[in-house]
Design a protein around this ligand. Structure first.
Ligand SMILES: [Zn+2]
Length: 265
């Protein structure tokens, strides 16, 4: 058994018994780790407060290789991110990120993922409302990319031809990428113009909310609504085995702010 002190972000908590909770952290030293926290529910009833989801700080964890749930000695959230809990849409964006990390992160440490998550959650908490959709998209797509599921945006998934810079294409969800105008496309697939492809490419690289609008009047994939819907379908299909992330329901109102969002392809 070893005692590990590590930066940690609390992603989810479950009640376990009268007095205990199971906490799931993404940590810098241990990757994804589940711990049993004894006494936190009792502490909460005495007003000391159980740690809030998405809080980040230093966790001290007793680790025994052979067991599934480790034992939490201490967690001091220095960055409580209470601004996320206070806003349903910010919370939904954070929950989407958590859902992807809980599903795909392993127990091996990954500093890049830790930093991406930490920075992304800070950003979701502080970003102005008009940039929130872009920040949710950037965090979501960059996590998708980090796990190796990034969509193919430049070469046709049917024939391999690299799309022209101004070519209108389709997005083939099952194939996980674009399909050129010469190849047949599955029924119901979205059309996707060069502006939208470029925008998604920026999101994949985590350009948080900073993407400049590129005018393209003919592009049917427009604005936050279409971008959120594509990310929703993509993660459902490729990362969550057909289970739709709960959080998207709460992100829909962001689509109403389309005209304010610099995500127009
Ligand atoms: Zn093709």
């Amino acid at each position: 058994m070893s005692l590990v002190t590590t930066p940690a972000i609390l992603l989810r908590t479950y009640p376990y018994s009268e007095s205990s909770r199971v906490l799931r952290f993404y940590t810098r030293a241990l990757g994804l780790v589940g711990v049993m926290a004894r006494g936190v529910r009792r502490d909460a009833s005495k007003g000391r407060g159980a740690p809030g989801t998405f809080g980040e700080g230093v966790a001290v964890i007793f680790v025994r290789e052979t067991r599934e749930l480790q034992s939490l000695q201490e967690f001091n959230p220095r960055n409580a991110r209470i601004g996320l809990a206070a806003d349903l849409q910010r919370l939904a964006g954070a929950s989407l990120a958590a859902e992807l990390v809980l599903r795909h992160a392993g127990q091996e440490p990954h500093a890049g993922l830790y930093d991406l998550l930490s920075r992304g959650l800070d950003r979701l908490e502080a970003t102005p409302p008009r940039a929130l959709a872009s920040d949710v998209l950037a965090l979501g797509w960059s996590i998708v990319d980090l796990f190796g599921f990034g969509p193919e945006l430049s070469a046709c998934t049917g024939c391999g031809r690299v799309l022209d810079g101004d070519e209108m294409a389709h997005f083939d969800l099952d194939a996980g990428g674009v399909r050129c105008s010469s190849c047949s496309t599955p029924a119901g697939s979205r059309r996707i113009g060069p502006g939208a492809r470029a925008q998604i490419a920026r999101f994949l690289h985590g350009d948080l909310g900073a993407a400049a609008p590129t005018p393209d009047a003919s592009a049917p994939l427009q604005g936050a609504s279409a971008h959120l819907s594509l990310l929703d379908d993509f993660v459902t299909c490729h990362l969550l085995e057909g289970r739709r992330p709960e959080s998207f329901r709460f992100l829909r109102p962001l689509a109403a702010a389309d005209r304010h969002v610099p995500a127009r392809p």
